[in-house]
Write a protein that binds this ligand. Structure first.
Ligand code: SAH
Ligand code: SF4
Ligand code: F3S
Length: 472
């Protein structure tokens, strides 16, 4: 019996791909282990969106090397975005790696493993499936009725923001058919899943017709709102339907209307803005202005009262002045984001922004990031404090860590909420109404209003339990 371990870095796309890798391996007779020293196959699923992510990989590979020396026949595979970006070069940089596997080549893993096990030399397989895009199905986990699951609707990215390596590592946009998306969601929900997150690099650019005809189309031709309506109608037992990450230019009137119509959509959207300065947005090729973003955000928030927004922001992009950064802070205030991921600009290979000098000093980038986080933390604290005394619907994900009798889940705005269940009750997978009694820095505490269901609808799958421990 062969054992494998997968270590994942990067975004939800990679988390989802790792699950597909696991499925392919299970189909090939492998079983999971969480002890790297026992693994016959070690897969590192990588991210290259920032330089730091790549450094992390190199140091991890260094720590894995002795495992290969200790036991004969151990196969070390590098998958994901660094694999796609580096291909053969990775085999030169780290000659002890046996297999380099691009995101579109996951189905070929078993045959590549046969070759490696048969003594074939190290191999890089990083070919995009442009002609016949494949979307690996998410299967309900055997014996586990998960609360929440990802479903891919599109892959690749045609936006080509000037700083971003993703169009290079994930290729051009390819869309999955509405029928297969709805089928997969229906199957997962039958298997016990309560919440689906639709995934795509620009998830809301989705439309039915396969591969995008031109890579720089100006107006959005998204049919994403129709897809959401189809899922809501055809899978009525689904409790929540999230999606990530939308691009602001595909936040169409129709999508905003869907947020007003469909109660299955949560009252929260993660809508990356990147900068609040028009000059910087132009240099980043984001294809909207700060005024357009603010206007769309406000229309969306009016369409679904109580809806909150979170975002991604890059600080220190080439040429960013103090005034540009102030514009970003001003936009953060005007939109009232309740959370934000902030990143220091990191020059990436093959990106157009490499032609611009990385001219914002490291200490200025750090200082701007700190100021950004302080502002967002203030807004988050104020937002959570204002919820004390309100009632919220929590989709229960399982017991809170460490606390017996206490359960946690997400409100429909994605806030983490804890509450106590009576002894012997496990409401995992149910939507429980709570009254918020206290606001912490990043979460809420409440008390259940009314009956707490006794038996679970789903198995509690805590991230910490599912994720494999960091290899050291
Ligand atoms: N497709 C998604 C997210 C892609 S990457 C989207 O467009 O929203 C996630 C985030 O990483 C981006 O939103 C951006 O904020 C950040 N990022 C991407 N490239 C970067 C770079 N070169 N330096 C710093 N941050 C970067
Ligand atoms: Fe990168 Fe821009 Fe595409 Fe997002 S939309 S993946 S930031 S190129
Ligand atoms: Fe990283 Fe690739 Fe995702 S670069 S952010 S793992 S698409």
């Amino acid at each position: 019996m062969k054992r494998y371990i997968v270590q994942t870095f990067g975004c939800q796309m990679n988390v989802h791909d790792s699950r597909r890798i696991e499925e392919v391996l299970h189909g090939d007779g492998y079983v999971a282990t969480d002890d790297a020293t026992l693994a016959d196959l070690i897969v590192v699923n990588t991210c290259s969106v920032r330089e730091k992510a790549e450094h992390k990989l190199m140091s991890l590979l260094g720590t894995l090397r002795p495992l290969k020396d200790q036991r004969r026949g151990v196969v070390l595979a590098v998958a994901g975005c660094v694999a796609q970006q580096e291909g053969e070069r990775l085999l030169t940089k780290a000659p002890f790696v046996d297999l380099v596997l691009g995101p579109d080549n996951i189905p070929e893993l078993p045959s590549l493993l046969r070759e490696a096990e048969g003594g074939a030399p190290p191999r890089a397989r990083t070919v995009f499936d442009m002609d016949e895009p494949q979307f690996l199905h998410a299967k309900p986990r055997e014996g586990l009725r998960e609360v929440t699951s990802f479903v891919t609707v599109m892959k690749g990215c045609d936006e080509r923001c000037t700083y971003c390596i993703v169009p290079y590592t994930r290729g051009s946009e390819r869309y999955r058919s509405g029928d297969t998306i709805v089928e997969e969601i229906a199957r997962l929900v039958e298997g016990g899943v309560r919440e689906i997150t639709l995934l795509g690099q620009t998830v809301n650019s989705w439309y039915e017709d396969g591969v995008a005809p031109t890579s720089r189309r100006v107006a959005s031709r998204s049919q994403f709102a129709d897809l959401l309506r189809r899922v809501a109608t055809e899978v009525p037992d689904l409790a929540r339907l999230r999606y990530t990450s939308p691009h602001p230019r595909h936040l169409t009137d129709d999508l905003i209307a869907a947020h007003a119509e469909l109660s299955v959509l949560p009252a929260h959207v993660h809508l990356p803005v990147q900068s609040g300065s028009n000059e910087q947005l132009r240099r980043m090729a984001r294809r909207y202005t700060r005024e357009e973003y603010i206007e769309r955000a406000h229309v969306l928030m009016r369409a679904r009262p109580g809806l909150t927004l979170s975002t991604d922001i890059i600080v220190g992009f080439p040429g960013e002045t103090e005034a540009d950064f102030e514009d970003t802070l001003d936009l953060v205030r005007q939109v009232g984001f309740v959370a934000a991921f902030g990143f220091k600009y990191s020059p990436r290979p093959y990106t157009p922004a490499l032609n611009l000098p990385d001219d914002v000093p490291e200490e200025v980038k750090s200082e701007r990031l700190t100021r950004l986080f302080e502002l967002v933390a203030e807004q988050q604290t104020a937002h959570l404090a204002a919820l004390v005394g309100t009632r919220q619907h929590v989709l229960v994900e399982g017991p809170s860590r460490g606390d017996t009798g206490r359960f946690s889940g997400r409100t429909d705005r994605h806030e983490i909420a804890h509450f106590d269940a009576p002894a012997g009750h496990d409401p995992t997978g149910h939507v429980v109404e709570i009254e918020v009694t206290e606001a912490y820095k990043h979460s809420l505490l409440g008390r259940a209003v009314g009956e707490v269901p006794r038996g679970p609808l789903a198995t509690s799958v805590k991230r910490g339990r599912l994720a494999l421990p960091v290899l050291a």
